[in-house]
Design a protein around this ligand. Structure first.
Ligand SMILES: Cc1cc2nc3c(=O)[nH]c(=O)nc-3n(C[C@H](O)[C@H](O)[C@H](O)COP(=O)(O)O)c2cc1C
Length: 217
């Protein structure tokens, strides 16, 4: 990819998109491109750390949206409209069950129990290190890849980590694994600024990002 194109991708994907043009369905070939890219990432020890759920169904998106109370304002909690995008990707932790009410830990997944010996051999790490740090490291990589690929096809993106109702998300997705991260992808509603909800005109805040300290040695 040319450097100029990469700069455009960064511009397209750097800020959280909170409104969408939902008039046309998301093209399947674009979904495939993004999903292939997001799953073809480097892996520590060759382990697969997450499942990826690909959501285009509006009923499921609406139910997920109802689980995203978490943006707090003086007027109370606000839901996160990133997940009303035409395409929504959901990363699941393969080794932890969905959290219970009040974020309680509900234990290890069947897949963890089945693969326990192999995982221990490959990672030499404890369960917490595996399922918190390593899983989320790989989800960070994967979602970063998805973000870049989506931007390179011209889409806007919005990450969502704030979800309050884990039991409902588990029910909605029909999978008893912990949701770690969601990413909305699609065309923006061009009549609105990026930080305005396309349905109720609520304006979310934006922040100025702190610079990263670069240490040249
Ligand atoms: C991994 C990740 C998860 C995020 N999750 C949420 C979220 O759940 N809710 C939210 O309001 N913003 C979320 N954001 C958006 C940031 O908070 C966002 O950067 C902030 O709104 C700054 O405004 P800007 O996007 O206009 O730069 C997330 C961003 C990232 C990178």
């Amino acid at each position: 990819m040319l450097e100029q194109e990469l700069k455009k991708v960064v511009k397209l994907t750097a800020h959280t998109q909170r409104n969408w043009d939902v008039s046309v369905p998301f093209p399947q070939p674009h979904t495939k491109k993004i999903v292939d890219f997001a799953t073809d990432i480097p892996s520590k020890n060759g382990i697969n750390y997450f499942d990826l759920v690909v959501v285009t169904d509006n009923t499921i998106k609406r139910e997920l949206y109802d689980c995203t109370n978490g943006y707090t304002t003086d007027g109370g909690d606000q839901k996160n409209s990133q997940v009303l995008a035409p395409l929504v990707l959901v990363w699941l932790n393969r080794f932890q069950k969905a959290l219970g009410p009040n974020y309680e830990f509900r234990g290890k997944t069947d897949e963890y129990h089945q693969e326990k010996m192999e995982l221990k051999e490959k990672t030499l790490n404890d369960y917490v290190f595996l399922t918190e740090q390593l899983v989320n490291m790989h989800i960070g990589l994967s979602s970063g890849y998805a973000n870049i690929m989506a931007g390179s096809i011209g889409y806007k993106t919005g990450f969502c980590k704030c979800f309050s109702d884990h039991p409902k998300m588990m029910h909605t997705l029909g999978i008893d694994k912990r949701v770690e991260l969601m990413l909305g992808i699609g065309e923006a509603n061009e009549t609105l600024k990026a930080n305005i909800h396309h349905e109720d005109a609520f304006e979310y805040g934006t922040t100025i990002r702190e610079p990263v300290k670069i240490i040249n040695l």
